[in-house]
Design a protein around this ligand. Structure first.
Ligand code: SAM
Length: 274
């Protein structure tokens, strides 16, 4: 069957990589796993042998049909659906045992990587652990630490939902057809830090986007451009122990949290930037 490049169909052909991806999810006995974009079922096949149940979300009608033939319905529920509008919480209610949080795996369709990551972050309450394959450069940004050139909005907005760790990288030849890029697998454990840092999810994420708005500008200038009063910025930076000329890419998540709280508490109305 011809592949559909528009749907990011680059099928994994490396059996060892499949084993490493599934091993990254840990002990799956008794667990329910959601797979994003199962394609021809390379990863699904390895999951079936280990997990209690697999919910495989595939947009492509022909592939969904083939998956239903290939795997027994009592082990694999094939959902023909766009993952971006797929109801993860409903899948958990239907398939998982009481109180179980879902494992998640996917060699992602790269054209919608960021929307998928944001969707997963928003679904953190029902998720336990994800092992995901993305374009190498995206994994660089997701796993980057403060001070690194790759540290960005994506680093902070994924890591605030829980620790991320790179697993391994594959060359284009590991796929059929080979993509133009290298691919990296990373692990993401969902353990959001909002309560511990005493911050609220939505305002914090908005603050981080403002802080990184223009990467070449200092943090202070980005916050001014967002509408905060210069005197309050200076005071907040000093109180948080952040140098006045610092750029957003130097700040830890803890520092972002402290600054966002200090500025929210300042007597100037926080900007309503979207
Ligand atoms: N997991 C398979 C593998 O590793 O060989 C296939 C991975 S392939 C990179 C991405 C898969 O995601 C394709 O099967 C594609 O049809 C599917 N896909 C693309 N867009 C999707 C969407 N919006 N929702 C669900 N699946 C999608």
């Amino acid at each position: 069957m011809p592949t559909k490049p528009k749907l990011g169909q680059n099928f994994l052909r490396d059996a060892q990589a499949v084993e490493r991806i599934v091993a990254g999810l840990g002990d799956l006995s008794g667990r329910t796993v959601v797979e994003i974009g199962p394609g021809e079922g390379a990863i699904t096949g390895a999951l079936v042998a280990r997990a209690k149940h697999v919910v495989a979300v595939e947009l492509d009608h022909d592939l969904a049909l083939r998956l239903r033939v290939k795997f027994p319905a009592e082990k694999v529920t094939v959902v023909e659906h766009d993952v971006l509008s797929f109801d993860i919480a409903a899948a958990r209610a239907e398939h998982a045992t009481q109180g179980e949080r879902l494992s998640l795996v996917g060699n992602l369709p790269y054209y919608i990587t960021s929307p998928i990551l944001f969707k997963l972050a928003a679904s953190h309450a029902v998720l336990d652990l994800a092992v995901l394959m993305v374009q190498r450069e995206v994994a660089d940004r997701i796993t980057a630490q403060p001070g690194s050139h790759d540290y960005s909005v994506l680093s902070v907005t994924t890591q605030v939902y829980g620790p991320v760790a790179r697993m391994f990288t594959l060359p284009p030849e590991a796929f059929l057809p080979p993509p133009d890029v290298h691919s990296t697998v990373f692990r993401w454990r969902f353990a959001p830090r909002f309560a511990e840092l005493e911050i609220q999810e939505v305002p914090f994420l908005r603050f981080v986007r403002m802080a990184f708005a223009q990467k070449r500008k200092t943090l202070s200038n980005n916050l001014r451009a967002a509408g905060y009063a210069p005197a309050h910025i200076t005071a907040a930076l000093e109180q948080a122990g952040v140098p006045p000329q610092a750029r957003a890419e130097a700040l830890t998540i803890d520092s972002f949290a402290m600054l966002s709280k200090l500025l929210a508490e300042s007597d100037v109305a926080a900007p309503s930037a979207s």
